[in-house]
Design a protein around this ligand. Sequence first.
Ligand code: ADP
Ligand code: MG
Length: 280
Amino acid sequence: MIHFENVTKTFGDRAAVNNVSFSIDKPQMVGIIGRSGAGKSTLLRMINRLTPATSGRILFNGEDILSLKGGSMRRWQRDCAMVFQQFNLVPRLDVVTNVMLGRLNAQSTFKSLFNIFSAEDVNRALAALDRLGIVQEATKRAEELSGGQQQRVAIARALTQEPHMVLADEPIASLDPMNAKIVMDALREIHERDNKVVICNLHTLDTARHYCDRVIGMRDGVIVFDGAPELLTTDVAREIYGADESFNEAATSTSIDTPGLSARPTDPAGAVTPVATAVL
Ligand SMILES: Nc1ncnc2c1ncn2[C@@H]1O[C@H](COP(=O)(O)OP(=O)(O)O)[C@@H](O)[C@H]1O
Ligand SMILES: [Mg+2]
């Protein structure tokens, strides 16, 4: 599906991402972890062309997405929907309009300029909000919502893009533990129900372990771990985070994961209905 081939991004003489190669061959939920500055955001932003790569290739189903231009580049950006730490909603616009903005790239420039949405667009947006459990907030201004609700609106907006994959850059870094759980459950649910690739930058180890099928650890722009979360021992975590003997996992914890509330079906603790899916 997606294939990184010797991808590098330099800022000045410093490589933020340094000759990275890896493939995602099936619809996985992939967590990218590492300390601040490791290159996680740069890696994600190169996929949907928010940051231009300096060299290398990124192939999606065989096509080099780094060479896409104009309309085909915009289509690609819609195909890999991005969710940001700070939600990136238009604060004064109502929730349903914010969600419909996800469809803008699919419309003609004329329609986009005048924010003309069809009944189908509205229904699609309402269905996405319903799926995220916040359809009752549809007519409120985005700025009236809590952070957790705003992030769910952002995910609903991503869903209306009908993307091939969802890229989430630290989606829970600004949220309290309860909302962090709701948002991570929602991303996991999109992966499972829609069978989509979800790539999620996370700076905490426990969240990655809990929600992801595969974890990629980055340090100083290179991949230092790539494997199942079960293989993420404390020693490996030390290597990723560059910490010494005093490394304490609690320092990389968001404490949203309570025993028995695992989202991953393979977890022996058994699946518990995630909060976000309970309302679907
Ligand atoms: N626009 C930019 N200009 C200059 N340096 C940047 C820019 N964006 C990121 N960097 C640098 O690239 C490195 C990786 O950053 P980033 O990808 O944001 O890491 P992370 O998301 O893991 O915190 C850091 O050293 C950062 O300072
Ligand atoms: Mg980042």
